[in-house]
Design a protein around this ligand. Structure first.
Ligand SMILES: *Cc1c(COP(=O)(O)O)cnc(C)c1O
Length: 481
């Protein structure tokens, strides 16, 4: 199947090549020329791994042996064989995406991506190693390390801002085992680390290196496609629980940053799954709420620090894929992205906005409201949720209040409450003193919810990666590996 850039139909590549390249040469994102015919009802009959196999084989047909790759990616790594269970909480279903090896929603995709990359390498006869470079504000780094450690033919380097990640997140990364991993702190903030990584890509373009550089973020179709599975899983779980009948539409409220998670929901709908409205939930960084309501995307505003840091983002890269899917017009997408780059803003034509609004709805929630929701959901239902999930819950409530829509509602839960113990303890009236490990202990004692094993076992583990470097030494660091 051929893929081309969202910004031009020229120079299409097959799906294996699209996964290997990540970003298209013109800066656009790879999309299939057209979506394949798909038997969505048959897909609902399988296990989560069967669903992943069917979806990934359909979208990435140039990568062989998908069933084996899926088994290697997921077997024994998640807390449940369902991978991503949906549990009833009040009137909503909560789709728990954080049951993976690092308690991050990113595990669903980053467990699969290394398998896809390795198989794509083999399919294309690529000999040299791939070096994955990632700057992280916390969760992505560990999920990528866990996915890529000890994978043959691939190496991984993670940079994080010194003092800029939580104690638990740091412990997760610096204790990482594996013979192909490097983790290093950088004096500076997340932007400095991310700019440093972009500069390394720029400096290395066209140079002879002992490896090919690549990235693990959601611009890669190989990271996006594995996320479609959990919408099918959730639909199946609602069917099994008798909440819906086959064919009923389900609404999903999605805590959104880079627009990867919610776009996977839209792709599930394109593959036939009866998805109703997709609700785009943001925190106080509400650039997407404004866009979906007005048609103007304007990144010229301060980036606010919130209790849901994984959604603190101003440029949401996968939105470009939606603009392409709904307009089918690569020239228009290229023009809009050019404007975003040069002027910091763009406005979509009225007909495109109407299409977006017929599929999506948007709302945002500030930290105080997230705190109120975490407290209320715990008090009313005994369910602990994290601040990202709370923003999804808020948007779902707002949507129902405004529209009166009675279709089933699923809120996607993107982080374990144990990843954000201070915010969660504050919301449920707990004491927030002590180290993060003490806070997790206290949260567990109060709620009776066990601490995920991978987090509990971090304390006292050997620190293997304690280096810190200046931000202008990142290239040197990578070349010395
Ligand atoms: C990455 C992340 C998100 C945002 O997901 P996107 O696919 O970037 O929209 C939301 N919540 C958490 C906890 C995350 O780690």
């Amino acid at each position: 199947m051929l893929y081309h850039s969202t910004r031009s139909e020229l120079n299409p590549v097959d799906s294996a090549q699209a996964v290997l390249e990540g970003l298209a040469p013109d800066g656009g994102l790879y999309m299939p020329e057209c979506l394949p015919a798909f038997d969505w009802k048959a897909c609902l009959n399988g296990t989560s791994m069967d669903m992943a196999t069917m979806i990934l084989s359909a979208l990435l047909p140039d990568i062989p042996n998908m069933e084996d790759l899926v088994k290697k990616a997921y077997t024994g790594k998640f807390e449940t064989d369902d991978l991503t269970p949906t549990v009833p909480v009040g009137n909503f279903g909560v789709l728990e995406l954080f049951r993976g090896p690092t308690s991050a929603f990113k595990d669903v995709a980053l467990s699969m991506l290394p398998q896809l990359l390795t198989a794509a390498k083999t399919a294309k006869g690529m000999q040299e190693d791939i070096m994955i470079l990632t700057a992280t504000s916390g969760d992505t780094g560990k999920a990528a390390l866990e996915g890529f450690h000890d994978v043959d033919g691939i190496r991984i380097t993670v940079f994080y801002p010194y003092g800029g990640v939580s104690q638990v997140q740091r412990a997760q990364m610096v204790t990482q085992e594996g013979n192909n991993v490097a983790v290093c702190a950088v004096y500076g903030n997340f932007d400095d680390a991310q700019t440093g990584v972009k500069n390394i890509f720029a400096a290395c373009r066209g140079k002879e290196l002992p490896f090919a550089l690549s990235s693990a973020n959601s611009i890669n179709i190989g990271r996006l496609a594995p996320q479609i599975m959990y919408y099918f899983r959730s639909y199946r779980d609602l069917l099994d629980a008798g909440k819906i009948k086959l064919g009923d539409e389900v609404n999903f409220s999605v805590p959104t940053g880079n627009f990867g998670d919610i776009l996977a929901g839209y792709l599930a709908k394109q593959l036939g799954l009866p998805v109703g409205t997709l609700i785009c939930a943001s925190n106080a960084n509400n650039v997407l709420t404004d866009f979906i309501r007005t048609g103007t995307y304007d990144r010229q505003r301060p980036l606010l620090k919130t209790t849901s840091p994984s959604m603190d983002i101003l440029v949401s890269s996968n939105l470009e894929r939606l603009l392409y899917l709904l307009s089918g017009d690569t020239a228009l997408v290229a023009e809009l992205m050019g404007k975003l780059n040069k002027e910091g803003a763009y406005t979509v034509p009225a007909d495109l906005l109407a299409k977006i609004q017929s599929e999506f709805w948007a709302a945002y929630c500030d930290d105080a409201r997230a705190d109120e929701i975490m407290g209320r959901v715990y008090k009313d239902y005994g369910y602990l949720c994290d601040p990202h999930t709370a923003s999804g819950w808020a948007a779902a409530e707002d949507y129902i209040a405004e529209t009166g829509d009675k279709r089933a509602m699923v809120v996607l839960s993107t982080a374990s409450p144990y990843k954000f113990p201070v915010a969660v303890l504050t919301a449920i009236g707990g004491d927030t003193s002590g180290t993060e490990f003490e806070q997790m202990e206290r949260l567990s004692q109060m709620s009776g919810v066990p601490i995920p094993k991978n987090l509990a076992s971090l304390q006292g583990k050997e620190e293997k990666h304690t280096g810190v470097i200046e931000k202008d030494k990142m290239l040197e660091y990578v070349l010395s590996l």
